[in-house]
Write a protein that binds this ligand. Structure first.
Ligand code: AMP
Length: 367
């Protein structure tokens, strides 16, 4: 007789690609994961059992009867953390409280003089909306040379940050269990273009000296928040120092490489932590490159690449919208070079710089 599945159902606030990949990761663990569309108005009542577990694929959501039903459940894991990290003011305040390095910043209110911002941070200052910004949206550069002004609708809704002249961007994806144990993947090197993640590479030997520093920062944050599950920390590398740019209390785009590169990807890691299932340290099987597919139509040729795994999100293609990603494993440099050369021919112009960036990183590794 088949055994009954006694594991609780995991409900996800949001049914985008992260919710879909969490659902997919639940299958081998026999965890029923249900990603819920909280955007479409409905009178439906979800059949959530008292022992079920609730998580979220996003930091913010509109109030609706479904989102309220999910977020008010006593097993909404990390409930208060979402709002705290969704607001850049409270997120940056947390980093300051924990003495974790981050770009110097201040709140922009009715009285913040622009001259004072330039005086403190230099001739280029980045304003970021406190909430709702993602993929580089919700940013506004103030440039002294161009006599910028602070738009009135940004006052009381934004922070201002010093422009960081970083060497590169890296991120750390880690997990904390119910018992307070923290585990991490190797650091990931990320390339953003116009504020949106284009490509990631992990692991990289040259980033290993920064691993302990990054792990200490993220475990301090997760312990302070009494957090359970996967969290991502995006950083600027300035020399040997990491500055936190942003925290995401969820599975993250810069952790997608773990689907092809490790024996336990970030989605399964998150589910295991939520459900209290054992978590051995994730093993890296392959070095991987992740390429985001943004605002482009599906191309069946991608599937002919011998080292590629395609995740196509089945979303309507719109400019700037993430519609899929390719994970390329790197069994050796020749295979990677051949696949990148093919992608150079198949992908549009905005991909040429990220693909060249990938090749440059591997050329650098050879020396
Ligand atoms: P965010 O919306 O904070 O994730 O920022 C998106 C991207 O904008 C980052 O990945 C960086 O490339 C860039 N960026 C954000 N903050 C700064 C900063 N203080 N100085 C320079 N570039 C930044």
């Amino acid at each position: 007789m088949p055994q009954s599945n006694t594991k609780p159902t995991v409900w996800v606030l949001g049914n985008g690609q992260l919710g879909a990949m969490l659902t997919h990761a639940g299958a081998p663990l026999a965890i029923d994961v249900r990603a819920v569309d909280i955007m479409t108005p409905t009178d439906e009542v979800l059949p959530i059992a008292p022992e079920d577990i609730i998580t979220a694929e996003r930091e913010q959501w509109p109030e609706s009867n479904l989102s309220l039903q999910l977020s008010r459940h006593p097993h909404f894991v990390n409930g208060p953390v979402f709002a705290r990290l969704a607001d850049r003011y409270s997120q940056k305040s947390l980093l300051d409280k924990l003495q974790i390095p981050t770009a110097p910043w201040t709140l922009v209110d009715d009285h913040t003089p622009l001259a004072e911002l330039y005086h403190r941070y230099g001739p280029r200052v980045l304003m970021k909306r406190r909430t709702g910004g993602y993929d580089g949206k919700g940013q506004h550069w103030l440039k002294q040379a161009q006599e910028s002004v602070i738009p009135s609708d940004w006052r009381n809704h934004a922070i201002a940050e010093q422009a960081i002249n970083f060497d590169e961007e890296v991120s750390l994806v880690g997990v904390r269990t119910h018992t307070g144990e923290c585990l991490f993947y190797p650091l990931t090197l990320n390339l953003h273009q116009d504020g949106i993640l284009m490509a990631s590479i992990s692991p990289l030997t040259r980033l290993a000296p920064l691993q302990a520093q990054a792990e200490a920062m993220l475990s301090t944050i997760m312990q302070d928040l009494n957090y359970v599950g996967v969290m991502a920390m995006e950083c600027f590398r300035v020399g040997d120092t990491l500055l936190v740019n942003e925290l995401a209390p969820r599975v993250h785009n810069s952790g997608h490489w773990t689907q092809a590169g490790t024996h336990m990807d970030q989605f399964q890691l998150h589910l295991r932590a939520l459900c209290g299932i054992a978590i051995p340290a994730p093993q890296v099987n392959f070095q991987c490159v992740m390429v985001n597919l943004i605002g482009i139509e599906h191309d069946p040729r991608w599937l002919s690449l011998p080292n590629a795994e395609l995740y196509w999100y089945n979303k309507e293609v719109r400019p700037g919208r993430k519609v899929g990603h390719l994970n390329l494993s790197v069994p050796n440099q020749t295979v990677l070079h051949d696949s990148i050369s093919a992608l150079q021919a198949w992908l549009p112009s905005q991909y040429q710089a990220p693909l060249a960036w990938i090749l440059a990183e591997f050329t650098r590794q050879q020396y």
